[in-house]
Design a binder for this molecule. Structure first.
Ligand SMILES: N[C@@H](CCC(=O)N[C@@H](CS)C(=O)NCC(=O)O)C(=O)O
Length: 201
């Protein structure tokens, strides 16, 4: 298996999951913003020049959430994902998709407005709105995590997606100082050896 990877990107989610599943893989390394991602060669791998992409035999797939679902459907024996017939399956899917559906759009705005754009093109209103929305979006996670270690019954693909998005949001400037459950959740996930490995690639 081959993972198109960049440190501190959503590709960490996939490296993390591959290790949790005990699957062997190689990486092709890039950095976020790499010009190599904008070349016609790379755009044959991902039409918008993004990371992550996974190749598994003849399969090539992008979108981190889709890759997580693909790997779990194909290689998990129930350890990291409930079956569609289990009672917690709908909640598991909901929290898996919360990462890209709710958290990351606001994180993307923060990254664009505070890092990528030159100072003269930055817009404070966009930043303030993203921070306000993230407060609501992450408070929902904080409420969910009351009395829980993981988003659903046990550690799962939902934590890989939405847990990673929570610390991505914090790193991008979201204020979680009044969200102790989110902070504890992030700390709990950061102790997992597979995540530690993925973050040091
Ligand atoms: N929704 C996509 C987002 C992919 C994405 O935007 N990836 C970022 C890194 S986290 C990227 O490739 N950025 C490279 C660039 O724009 O140079 C996913 O979940 O895979």
């Amino acid at each position: 298996m081959k993972l198109y990877f960049a440190p501190e990107s959503r590709a960490v989610r996939i490296a993390w999951l591959l290790d949790e599943l005990g699957l062997k893989y190689e990486i092709e390394r890039y950095t976020v913003g790499d010009r190599a991602l904008r070349t016609p060669e790379y755009q044959k791998i991902h039409p918008m020049g993004r990371i992550p992409v996974l190749e598994d035999g003849d399969v090539r797939i992008y979108e981190s959430g889709a890759i997580v679902e693909y790997l779990l459907a194909k290689y998990d024996d129930g350890k990291l994902s409930p079956s569609p017939k289990d009672d917690d399956f709908p909640e598991y899917l909901q929290w898996l998709h919360y990462a890209e559906g709710s958290i990351m759009p606001q994180v993307n705005i923060l990254v664009v407005e505070t890092i990528l754009l030159p100072p003269e093109r930055r817009n404070d209103t966009n930043v303030a709105r993203a921070l306000k929305l993230l407060k609501v979006i992450l408070s929902n996670v904080n409420n969910r995590m009351e009395g829980r270690d993981y988003l659903t019954g046990k550690f799962s693909g939902a934590d890989i997606m939405t847990g990673h998005a929570c610390f991505g949001a914090k790193n991008a400037g979201a204020d979680i100082s009044e969200m102790p459950n989110v902070q504890a959740y992030i700390d709990r996930l950061l102790k997992r050896p597979s995540l530690e490995k993925a973050r040091s690639l």
